[in-house]
Ligand binder design. Structure first.
Ligand SMILES: C[S@@+](CC[C@H](N)C(=O)[O-])C[C@H]1O[C@@H](n2cnc3c(N)ncnc32)[C@H](O)[C@@H]1O
Length: 355
């Protein structure tokens, strides 16, 4: 068995890419699932950090070329963005801006090759790898969140954004977006036809929400308008004790989500159901947590919120909103939200005093 940290250091120094695939293939045979997951996630993360560093370096060099020393420039990043990758200190201190650019090229290839390698593994292997990957990503997103918090961030500081960095994970889940969905012409709901990736919450949003929700053991979680199912798959992998249901109007999306859930053997506790939530005969089941991401027309929002408000009279519930869904939350039923990402993500806890 070999350790991924030393291997990652080695590939960053590659200048000839022809051998990269063979090298990663042979590494993948002699490292554990855990190390392969960390290799995958750290290389994706590092690619984003390097891009961010290169942009910052360019900006600083434009402003005051004589004052930018590469050593001093890099040092700053080891107390912040590069903190999870301290083992790469020697690579960065021996490098220069050209070294960063060629390392980024290697990492772009590495991400693709590792994905192909992962897809040759069995589903149980992929499941373990995904669980470890999500854990690592959760730590990384927490760091990003802390670095970008208003207290830490100085005015005018640019900030690293990992919002879409990990979207490649969709390929591990096999969330193939169906871009030519054609719902019936008379439907009035807001279905984001053809939006693909655009209908999905980012992994950053999902994992930050999970971190701060403090989900109770064995609790129930419902995604209202579950799209291709990212939320349920992430919740299901990280918390096998939670019962998750996603309701979604577009049946093709439900099928993609359920297939991923079955492949990863999550289907005992993660289910996706085709359902029009505007149907007046449908009653939203009781749960502890509801997730809503900009899903509905005004009329459907009104129907759904009335049901959730009624549920607050029976139990304590939390509603997670992403985007504009927060505008439908009425303050007489819900306490002030816990806000993230400038209010793009909010956690609202019900206020009612239960008898
Ligand atoms: C922006 S996406 C969010 C997907 C997922 N919750 C996420 O955050 O990744 C909203 C989803 O709500 C679904 N939707 C809209 N109106 C609906 C309705 N009346 N009933 C069920 N689903 C609906 C849309 O088809 C879309 O897939």
């Amino acid at each position: 068995m070999i350790e991924y940290k030393s291997e990652l250091k080695k590939i960053l120094l590659l200048t000839e890419f022809d051998t990269l695939e063979a090298q990663l293939n042979s590494i993948s045979k002699v490292i554990s699932e855990k190390d392969l997951a960390n290799f995958f996630i750290d290389s994706i993360y590092l690619k984003s950090v390097i891009q961010y560093m290169a942009d910052e370096y360019w900006i600083q060099s434009q402003a005051a070329p004589a004052e930018v020393s590469f050593d001093r420039f890099v040092k700053k990043f080891f107390s912040a963005e590069l903190k999870p990758l301290l083992f790469l200190h020697s690579f960065f201190s021996d490098s220069n801006i050209d070294g960063l650019h060629s390392a980024k090229k290697v990492l772009v290839q590495t991400e693709k090759i590792l994905l192909n390698i992962i897809k040759t593994k069995s589903y149980p292997y992929q499941k373990t790898l995904l669980q470890i990957s999500l854990q690592r990503m959760s730590e990384i997103f927490e760091l990003e969140y802390q670095l970008n918090s208003p207290q830490k961030k100085k005015k005018d500081d640019s900030k690293i954004s990992l919002y879409r960095s990990f979207d490649i994970l969709d390929k591990v889940f096999e969330l193939d977006y169906i871009l030519n969905e054609t719902p019936s012409a008379d439907q009035k709901e807001r279905l984001y036809e053809g939006a693909g990736l655009g209908v999905q919450s980012s992994y950053a949003t999902t994992l930050i929400a999970m971190r701060y929700l403090n989900l109770g053991k064995g609790s129930q979680f419902i995604d209202l308008g579950s799209g291709y199912g990212r939320i349920g798959l992430v919740v299901g992998l990280m918390r096998p004790d939670i019962k998750f249901i996603g309701y979604e109007y577009v049946s093709e999306r439900v099928e993609v989500a359920n297939k991923a859930s079955r492949n990863l053997q999550l289907d005992q506790h993660v289910r996706f159901i085709t359902q029009d939530l505007s149907d007046p005969h449908f009653k939203i089941p009781a749960a502890d947590t509801y997730y809503i991401f900009d899903s509905f027309t005004d009329e459907t929002y009104a129907t759904i919120m009335a049901q959730l408000q009624e549920l607050t009279q029976q139990r304590k519930i939390t509603v997670v909103t992403k985007g504009n869904a927060k505008n439908w939350i009425k303050s007489q039923f819900w306490s002030e939200p816990q806000e993230f990402n400038d209010g793009n993500l909010c956690l609202f806890r019900s206020k009612a005093r239960l008898i």
